[in-house]
Every structure is written in structure tokens, then in C-alpha cells.
Ligand binder design. Sequence first.
Ligand SMILES: [Zn+2]
Length: 456
Amino acid sequence: MAYPKTQKLSLTAALGSARETRALEIGSDILGKTARVFGEYFPNATAVIVADTTTFAVAGKVVAEQLKQAGVASREPFLFTDPNVYAEYSYVEQLEAALKGHQAIPVAVGSGTINDLTKLAAFRTGRPYMCVATAASMDGYTAFGASITYQGSKQTFDCPAPVAVIADLEIIRRAPREMTASGYADLLAKVTAGADWLLADALGVEAIDPQAWNIVQGGLHEALSQPAALAAQDAEAMAGLTEGLMLGGFAMQWSKSSRPASGAEHQFSHLWDMQHHTHQGKAPSHGFKVGIATLAVTALYDWLLQQPIETLDVARGVAAWPGKAESEARVRTLFREEDFTAKAVEETHAKHVEKSQLQFQLERWRAHWPELREHLRAQLIAFADVKRMLAEVGAPVEPEQIGISRSRLRSAFGQAYHIRRRFTVLDLVVRAGLLESALDDLFGAKGPWPVSPGQV
Ligand SMILES: [Zn+2]
């Protein structure tokens, strides 16, 4: 079995793999480059800045002046003035209606919300766009697709990434600290996402693409190495974080899939989105949900690495494996109170395997475990370190901090498995019949989240 030999790619090489993004500028005090980049990729076009009142104040105003000075024709900026603007469909419609009145190229100035709204509205009006990032808060800038709430539920709409991105570190490092902490947690998630891909590759489910792997994993541990400096708004640490997040998007553009940047930890976050989870009146940030989930998945991996898989009872796992109808019945019971039962059934069916295939996978796992375990150890960061890193950057480290009780975190392991067809560590422990014993340990007296009897 061939494991990837991780190599760090230069930013230029990684950018060359992006299918939609042609330019990425990261540096301090570089807002002035916006006009040149705009002119290079959209010659003779008119620009229209899209921002909210905050992002216009911190960067949009300067960008508008720079465009004007450089002689780029510009329309009056489109500003979302609603202080509660979020990535919701009605805001896409507002922007789309405005864009339909002209042919100008949108320049999104902002972070996740503004970028996602502009990405979808630009696509729906048949034009490309560029982005000026104002925070290192998630990896969605350069991702294909926009994450938008539609009719009450969060969905990913297909639409191309921006043609160019400007990331001015002087703006980004002064963004609210919780935004940086969110982005850091979203980057930390690439550690468990990579481990999940190693598993999927080793079991013959989904081969690792070396280019996408290197784009994301090549500089990952280095980019994650300075959480305290990020909390102190250090520009160099911020450069590493920003670059890491942008690279995640490039890998997804290259693979046309979120696999390189998203594993089981993202499935927890998706689950909580689908359950419309809010804490203190609003949805916790993507990164904060993913951070808690990364801790959860790391705890599961730590547990798994201690198990004697060399002596796994394959026959027992195969005998207990449910058929398709039985599996569907279980999903319908598990999600009986949710409004996405049909989606869970669809995803569970999509990854259903027959007993013969399960036997093959479990035997392969057992045979390759000593070698696979070493690769997982090298890839993963231990639970205590993940927790410390999140704490140092200022991200939540206990599920209750994002409004998730321990018992709810426990049920999320079993539920997250069903809502996406992607093969992760959750699939492995479920297929081997180990999930309940793992959870008994994780939520037992010696685990990270002891739950006393009767506690909810
Ligand atoms: Zn993410």
C-alpha cells in the first residue's frame, strides 16, 4: 500500500492547480494592488464594490479610492446596511436584483458572508468576481460553492470561486479575534480530514489525490504552529493562517470536491446546521462548530489508536451488519424528529455496502493496521494538544461553549455518520461495530467528557 509522501508546494504551484482562481495576493498594506489586479483580469470593465457597513469602513472605502485613482470605472458601492446581514438567500436576491441593472464586475470586500452572497449573486447574473478578504475566518473564500441558508436550512450552492483574491494582513490581523480563532479551527480541521482520507485510501474506498493532498497538508502543521501569536495579532502567523485557508479552497477547486479539506469533523458541523442549532440567539460560527467537532473526532482517533485492531473480530462485525432495509429503518428512528430524514436515508443508502464488501474492508483494515496506525499517528495531533491549541487561539474547547450538551455531542457521533456519504473514521468504527464501546469510553469517567447518569 502506498501512503502519500507529503511535500509542501509553493503558493504559485498551488495556485496553478486552482481551476477558477487566477490570482492570490497576500501581504501587508496591499489594498492598493486591488486596482492593478482588477485591471489585469477584467480589462476595461466597470467595478462595483459589495460590502456591509463594517467591511466598507475597514477596507471598502480605501479600495474604492484606489480604484478611482487608478482610473478604474466604478459604480456606487452596493452596501448591505442591515446590521444582521448573514449568508441567507434573500440577501442574494437583493444583490442579484442590483447587479441585473448593470454589467459591472463585483468586488466583494468582506469575509464569509459577503463573499458567499457575492459568489452566488455574481454567478446568477453570469459574471465573475473578485474578493478582498477582511478576516481569516474560514476557508470558503477560494472554495467552489457558496454556503447559503435557503428556506431555513443551510445549503451549498454550486458557483465558481473568485477569479482573484486580495488578502491584506494589516486588515486581517485586526479583525475581531473570534474570527481569527474560527479560521484557525477551520484550518485545524484539515488534520482530522487528512486522517479520514488516509483511512478511505487504505481501505480502497477513495484514493488520495497527491496534488490535492500536498496543497492542503504540505504546510499544514507549520501554519498551525503559532496559535498564541495569532491571538496576539502577529502578522507573520496571520500570513500562515491566511495562506493555509486559501490553499484549502484551491485543493477543493482542483479536486472538484471538499474531500481534501473536510472530514468527519465537518459532518458534525453540518449536522448542527441542519438541526438549525443556535446558541444565545445565533448560530455559532462555522469554525467554532468545526473546532469542537475536531476535538470530538480527535478523541475518537486517540481511542482507536489504542485498540488491538490486529485481533479485530471481523466475523462478528459482518454478522451484525444491517441490510439496506434495516439500515433505513434505523435512520428513520434516529432522525424521527428532524426535517432532514429523507436526506439522511439517501446518504446512508449511497454508502451502503454488502456483507461481502464489508468483510473485505475489515480484513484489509486488520491486515494493514500496524502500518496505517503509524501514518495516522504522524498525521494526527493528540487530543490534549488540539485542546491547548484551540484554547491559545481563543476558540471554544468545551461543547457547552457553543451550546452543545455532552449527551448531544455523544449522539452527534452516530448521527453525523448518516448525513453524508463521505467515508470517514465514523464509517470505520460503525462498520467494525465499535462505535458504542468507543462512546462509552469517551463519555465515561476516564474520558474527556464524563457524563453522569441522568445528565443531559
Ligand atoms: Zn470548513
